[in-house]
Design a protein around this ligand. Structure first.
Ligand code: STL
Length: 431
């Protein structure tokens, strides 16, 4: 059994920042089990930057932390309607499928986690009353400031963006956590929660933050620039192409998304797999797909990352830490092309089991088309005259099975689902 100090080290290693670490230490010293949650809002398609928090969850479980994953569906449309209301349920499902497949590939036991959808408690009387209490406590200035990095900033901001930080603070209370975990981009929301929860009479929580990995184009991973990030379902060819065009200037480690991915994802996963192989840890299960650490077969003991290179170019190099990789890169001993090839190969090995899970799951495929309808698909013709809704028999109807022409009909299908819900509601209130 690990000591309180060892657990604390596992919980906080590789993080960018920890606020309120003493409270976590106190729980561990008393021999209690800390409870945490990590939340995500099902907006755009999740990208491989999610490997960072999802890999960190393995550390939490190894330290016997109780982990909750929040699918913040209400937040997804509060954030400037990033997920339109009629698509939120599909996107939540899409996120759940994706996150579950990634966790399985990492050997993280799903059964040890609790998944919660925000709307399952955020629509209750108590939560709403707390929201109103908070609205009568928080200044507009503080709400705006707290959301500045997370909530999409637009010319004509909606009121919903101002509610976002307060509701996230309430989530800590309603999910009953000791600490919340998220990216450093959440920092202002986290300090906001530390300030305001006690004003409602609730406990101040601790906050753990992972660093953000820069996108492949050098800046932030951007939802609007598909080349800056890799989708979990990108094909091997697309992964290779995106890496070829990635910003990775020889000798320059700054803003280098390829190097950052080695540090934040590949080496931690390599170490996780080495620990699992050696039996150093007993919490992880065998992951799906190729579980080799990212090292060559002939790598010396202690290697966590290998760059495989032809003998005529100096042969393979084996690294015991990220610092060694960075030093070689900065000294131009490690060429961008070799680094990119290796990283593309590693990413494809990581994505293989996720792509496979997708191919084997027809329901996930169907949900994808509904959650992210093709913006170029032609809207299907709708008959104006038909006003009365005739529900199809169970198992029949357009929504029962994927349509043969797939994406082309998706918008119409979403519209039909939404319209039928409205019609049914009207019908039941008048009968
Ligand atoms: C995003 C992207 C991301 C994290 C989040 C949202 C987090 C959302 C959230 C919402 C409510 C919570 C906690 C977290 O209680 O990386 O669009």
């Amino acid at each position: 059994m690990a000591t309180a100090e060892e657990k604390y080290e596992l919980i906080t290693r590789r993080l960018a920042e920890v606020l309120g670490g003493d409270a976590i230490k106190a729980i561990l010293t008393e021999g209690r089990q800390p409870k945490c949650y990590w939340g995500t809002a099902p907006t755009g398609r999740p990208h491989i930057g999610y490997f960072v928090p999802l890999t960190k969850i393995a550390d939490f479980l190894r330290a016997d932390v109780h982990v909750t994953v929040l699918l913040a569906d209400v937040h997804a449309f509060l954030d400037n309607l990033k997920a339109p209301l009629e698509l939120v349920a599909y996107r939540t499902k899409y996120y759940e499928y994706t996150i579950t497949a990634v966790l399985r590939s990492l050997g993280i036991p799903i059964s040890a986690l609790r998944f919660v959808e925000g709307s399952s408690y955020q629509l209750t009387r108590e939560y709403n009353m707390d929201n109103y209490r908070l609205c009568a406590t928080v200044t507009e200035h503080d709400a705006k400031k707290a959301g500045a990095e997370v909530v999409k900033q637009v010319e004509s901001p909606l009121l919903s963006g101002l509610l976002y930080p307060g509701l996230q603070a309430l989530d800590e209370q309603y999910l009953d956590c000791d600490f919340q975990f998220g990216g450093v981009d959440q920092r202002k929301i986290f300090t906001f929660a530390e300030l305001y929860l006690p004003k409602l009479g609730y406990k101040k929580r601790s906050h753990l933050m992972n660093a953000m990995v820069p996108g492949l184009a050098g800046g932030k991973m951007s939802a609007s620039d598909p080349n800056s990030k890799i989708d979990f379902l990108d094909s091997p060819e697309v992964v290779s192409r995106k890496l070829k065009s990635a910003f990775c200037e020889e000798g320059n480690a700054e803003g280098n998304g390829v190097l950052a991915f080695v540090e934040a994802v590949l080496i931690p996963i390599s170490q996780l797999r080495l620990d699992h192989q050696k039996g150093v840890e007993k919490v992880l299960v065998d992951g799906t797909g190729d579980q080799h650490p990212f090292i060559s077969a002939d790598a010396p003991e202690g290697t966590v990352f290998s760059v495989e290179r032809d003998e005529k170019f100096g042969g393979s190099t084996h690294y015991k830490s990220y610092d060694e990789v960075k030093t070689d890169f900065v000294n131009k001993t490690l060429h961008p092309k070799d680094l990119k090839n290796t990283v593309a190969n590693c990413i494809n090995r990581l994505l293989d089991p996720v792509r496979k899970a997708y191919e084997e799951n027809e329901e996930w495929q169907r949900i994808t088309a509904l959650a992210y309808p093709d913006p170029n698909a032609k809207p299907a013709k709708t008959k104006k005259k038909e006003k009365v809704y005739h529900p199809p028999p169970p198992g029949k109807g357009r929504n029962a099975k994927p349509t043969a022409d797939g994406a082309a009909n998706v918008e119409a299908e979403v519209a039909e689902v939404t319209a039928s819900i409205e019609k049914v509601d009207v019908g039941s209130s008048t009968s």
